[in-house]
Design a protein around this ligand. Structure first.
Ligand code: 5GP
Ligand code: ZN
Length: 114
């Protein structure tokens, strides 16, 4: 892993984060600058920069966590839906070069996609 990866530092406990859930391979925590209440990030614990760098087992572990977490996050904040997505690459808006899925709760009448 690169020395300066913020999300690896969160996995290692060097930077605090509010954990939502954790498995052997995946960590989910609240986004520090949430687009909505309950905005959660789901990451593989092992460093991988882009979606295409994940092996099949890890990709599957990330997706399993996303699918399990999304309804729980929605329930926790009483949301009506959620945007689930990954910004893959700088051109797509990826600011942290460690794969992460966003789960952004959505509320009826909240004004459209972020
Ligand atoms: P990206 O633009 O790379 O898809 O999203 C990066 C996300 O990481 C942003 O939503 C940003 O708010 C979040 N973020 C950046 N630094 C930190 C941090 O140190 N802690 C947490 N919890 N979230 C962070
Ligand atoms: Zn990393």
């Amino acid at each position: 892993m690169p020395d300066d990866c913020i999300f690896c530092s969160i996995v290692d406990g060097e930077i605090p984060a509010r954990t939502v859930c954790e498995t052997d391979d995946v960590l989910a925590f609240l986004d520090a600058n949430p687009l909505a209440r309950g905005h959660t990030l789901v990451i593989p614990k092992a460093h991988a920069e882009r979606v295409g760098n994940l092996d099949a087992d890890l990709a599957s572990a990330v997706f399993d966590a996303v699918s399990e977490l999304t309804p729980r996050v929605q329930n926790a904040v009483d949301a009506d839906g959620a945007n689930v997505g990954i910004n893959d690459g700088e051109a797509a808006g990826q600011e942290i070069p460690h794969v992460h899925a966003h789960v952004v709760p959505r509320f009826e009448g909240d004004g459209g996609a972020p």
